[in-house]
Design a protein around this ligand. Structure first.
Ligand code: R5P
Length: 294
């Protein structure tokens, strides 16, 4: 099995390869003077299965196009199969037409990925709440893995949490709250969230009470930080002793991190699906483990 990282996942691909006792394949990427991307796969892939790792974040269009070039080239060069890991999968949110005339971006991206010859897709905590069977959209086998057990394990190992209550900031986060709570062998609840704009959310608690509890808030994405800030305020308002925040994809737009720190949260941790200042947990073991089962 050959491991190949796109430009957004070079470090992650090297870690995965290391876990598997190999080296990541080499890729040359540069730009022509007119801005077009030049891409060359420097290792022989003929007759091999290849694992491609490429997150599509911050410049999703560019990274998606690069992904298409990589997979199309691999298949053209004789790769047997391409198993793709898209640790952060952009465009999953536009999975239905909310207003007349909108593009169904998730469907379009899935079609493109399939058309270049992707055989199988793995995502990680994909932001996909309405389409429950992503395989139907992708049209090829697809699997959503979760980094929540790794994040919960990390939070616990820091010693910050004593018999914590796990909170998902909205109903969609229930599956992640459950996974983290199972890992920590503790209880969980979710809040009710109404999004008023891309920056403003209205969050209300349900039945749990965080009084004198350590709390672990878990979510798939921290983007503007609005969701976590509101959730942390509610928890401190209920008398929580400590709040720790964990997310899979730390987009951290603008001053998100600073806003969350200002709530008094003791720790904020994310993964390297989007490498950044809080990417203390690597998803490399999760990917390597999955590759071992192929
Ligand atoms: C929403 O359904 C997601 O699970 C996250 O809660 C959301 O993307 C976070 O966005 P923000 O940080 O901008 O509140």
């Amino acid at each position: 099995m050959i491991i190949l990282g796109g430009s957004s996942c070079q470090a992650l691909a090297s870690k995965v390869a290391e876990e598997l006792g190999t080296n990541a394949a080499r890729l040359e990427i540069r730009r022509f003077p007119d801005g077009e991307k030049y891409l060359r796969i420097l290792d022989d892939v003929k007759g091999n299965e290849v694992v491609v790792i490429q997150s599509v974040h911050h410049t999703p269009d560019e990274l998606l196009f690069e992904y298409l070039l990589i997979v199309d080239a691999l298949k053209d060069l004789g790769a047997n199969k391409v198993h793709s890991f898209i640790p952060y999968f952009a465009y999953a949110r536009q999975d239905e037409r909310f207003n007349t005339g909108e593009a169904l971006s998730f469907k379009t991206v899935a079609k493109l990925m399939r058309s270049v010859g992707t055989d199988e897709i793995f995502t990680i905590d994909m932001h996909q709440h309405r389409v429950l069977k992503s395989s139907e959209v992708f049209g090829i086998p697809s699997h959503d893995l979760s980094a929540m057990p790794l994040l919960a394990e990390y939070a616990q190992a820091t010693g910050e949490l004593d018999h914590p209550l796990v909170i998902g900031p909205d109903a969609d986060a229930e599956r992640w709250a459950k996974l983290a709570a199972d890992q920590l062998k503790t209880d969980y609840d979710v809040f009710e969230k109404k999004r008023l704009s891309s920056e403003i959310v209205d969050i209300r608690p349900r039945k749990s009470n965080a009084k004198e509890r350590d709390v672990l808030i878990v979510d798939d994405i921290i983007s503007t930080g609005g969701t976590i800030v509101q959730a942390a305020k509610i928890l401190f308002g209920q008398g929580a002793r400590k709040v720790v925040v964990a997310c899979t994809h730390p987009i951290l737009a603008g001053d998100a991190l600073e806003k969350i720190h200002q709530t008094g949260a003791a720790m904020i941790v994310g993964t390297d699906t989007i490498p950044g200042p809080i990417s203390f947990v690597s998803v490399a073991p999760l990917i390597a483990q999955t590759v071992k089962t192929m």
